[in-house]
Design a protein around this ligand. Structure first.
Ligand SMILES: [Zn+2]
Length: 516
């Protein structure tokens, strides 16, 4: 039986315009999914959009269209095209306005109510419409500028609204001890460690029951037993992970796909590692495998967001550097789980050093030498022992890194092959060996070793740079699709055919940053 790997992005709030913060999450999740597919795991990548709530209703009205028309337009014009732009191979895309989601949400709510975890009560709280979330005193900061003298949301820098409602509540407060036990029993459930600590700390302070319905507006999923209420958008959105996978409707499918791994930004780890597991416990569903909270992308020291004018559209980068370089840069330059700073200078420097001069140059030199010295035929001789040890070690390191969600370390392991081969060529100097008939065998071994190393690196880099990896793979005579290779056996590959040609993979770029 292949292992199961169901992995999810958050469903993105459709009202935002996609920026590289979203792209970062999408690419990371896609890399993990592609990696597991190449292992032969039963892999399923889910992404989608969160389309209900007051904020969307207000924006739609401001634009003179219905909320459904508004979300349809954003999904079609922005969110789906972004997935295509970034070469994301998601298996499914769920919209919270879809019928399958609504059906699953109603089934889930009925079960929760039957189990006694839902009651009707009164509540007054400080609500941020931007976050679609009630705020506690700790979440608020003094406002500045036009909001001087008021408390504002720390994320949106805008005043909160005092909301008083008679709503349905989920008995979240009953799950504190069970959640703390979960974090103890499964230390790798919430990752990385600093996010786990933050979540534990939050639960230790004590949990309040959660208001899960609203009756002041109607853009949402109706509560099945009281149609004057719609379900709180976050509560309903979290359910996409199961409604997309057959929950309550197709038990066989659900058993195959569930539980899942959630890749989220650390700012929403609390929803995923506190509220969501409590909901799962209450409904008797198996708890998700992992919640990984990655860091923020910072531009000039600030979290990237459209509202703060630091938003950069992925297209601005891909148009200059290409999609694969975009994917490579964000996966390699930032330790996955930590915050990372984006700058055009850093991107430009890494592109030229690591991709153009490192990988691109290695491939074109080796292919040219096999043509020149061996008429394009890869010598069928043993690979040098130290090069075989190099690729074996790189595969082992990369595999272990992926199991820890350390995507950057996996990329680093793959690139260690490239770096070493460039040094190896200089040391072995095939152009010198070629002048000496007595060194024919040695020359053959050096070229075979290089071809082997490039092939292994192409396999390891395929989840990150699918298109470049395929070109490299074809250039060294690899057969078929590089994504069909077994990634855990990348070091066992040895070229036996003919090399072809390698197109320019990473052309030099004169002006990196678009003129503003
Ligand atoms: Zn907010």
């Amino acid at each position: 039986m292949p292992e199961r790997f169901t992995v999810t992005t958050p469903i993105y709030y459709v009202n935002d315009v996609p920026h590289i913060g979203h792209a970062y999450n999408e690419v990371a999740t896609d890399v993990l999914a592609r990696w597991h597919r190449m292992r032969g795991d039963d892999t399923w990548m889910l992404t989608g959009t969160d389309e209900h709530g007051q904020k969307i209703m207000r924006t739609a009205a401001a634009n003179g269209v219905s909320p459904q028309e508004w979300t349809d337009r954003l999904v079609e014009s922005a969110w789906i095209p972004q997935l295509e732009l970034l070469n994301i191979a998601n298996d499914d895309y769920i919209r919270t306005t879809s019928e399958r989601h609504k059906v699953g949400v109603r089934i889930f709510l009925e079960r929760l109510k039957e189990a006694g975890y839902i009651y009707h009560g009164e509540f007054e709280g400080q609500y941020c419409v931007g976050c679609e979330e009630y705020k506690t005193a700790n979440d608020l900061v003094p406002g500045t500028g036009e909001f001087e003298g008021q408390l504002v949301c720390a994320i949106h820098s805008r005043p909160i609204e005092v909301v008083r409602e008679a709503n349905y509540f989920f008995k979240l407060s009953e799950f504190g001890d069970r959640l703390l036990a979960l974090y103890e029993e499964r230390p790798d459930y919430v990752q990385p460690e600093h996010v786990r600590n933050e979540v534990r700390q939050f639960v230790k302070q004590g949990l309040n029951d959660l208001s899960i319905s609203r009756n002041t507006f109607d853009w949402g999923i109706k509560v099945p037993w009281d149609e004057t209420h719609v379900v709180y958008v976050w509560f309903e959105a979290l359910l996409n992970y199961i409604t997309a996978n057959g929950y309550g409707v197709d038990d066989e499918l659900f058993a195959r796909r569930w539980p899942a791994v959630h890749i989220v930004g650390k700012d929403i780890a609390r929803f995923h590692a506190v509220i969501w597991p409590a909901m799962q416990m209450a409904a008797g569903i198996e708890i998700s495998s992992h919640v990984f909270g990655h860091g923020w992308l910072l531009v000039g020291g600030e979290k990237m967001s459209k509202s703060k004018a630091t938003g950069i559209e992925p297209r601005q980068i891909t148009e200059v550097f290409g999609v694969d370089a975009f994917r490579y840069y964000f996966m390699s330059a930032i330790a996955f789980g930590s915050d990372g700073s984006f700058s055009w200078e850093d991107l430009d420097a890494r592109y030229h050093a690591e991709l153009a001069n490192g990988l691109g140059n290695l491939a074109s030199r080796v292919i040219a030498m096999v043509h020149k010295y061996c008429d394009g035929v890869v010598p069928e001789v043993a690979v040098d022992a130290d090069i075989l040890a190099l690729t074996t070690d790189a595969v082992g390191r990369a595999e272990r890194a992926i199991d820890r969600f350390a995507i950057d370390e996996a990329v680093d392991a793959a690139m260690s092959i490239v770096e070493r081969l460039n040094g190896y060529i200089t040391e072995q100097a095939p152009w010198v060996l070629a002048k000496d008939e007595a060194q024919r065998d040695r020359l053959a071994a050096v070229l075979a070793s290089n071809v082997h190393g490039i092939g292994a690196a192409a396999i390891l880099l395929a989840p990150v740079m699918p298109e470049t990896a395929q070109k490299l793979w074809a250039a060294v005579g690899g057969e078929g699709d590089v994504l069909a290779q077994r990634i855990q056996a990348a070091h066992e590959w040895q070229g036996t055919g003919r090399v072809t040609t390698v197109p320019p993979l990473f052309p030099r770029i004169e002006q990196a940053q678009p003129a503003s």
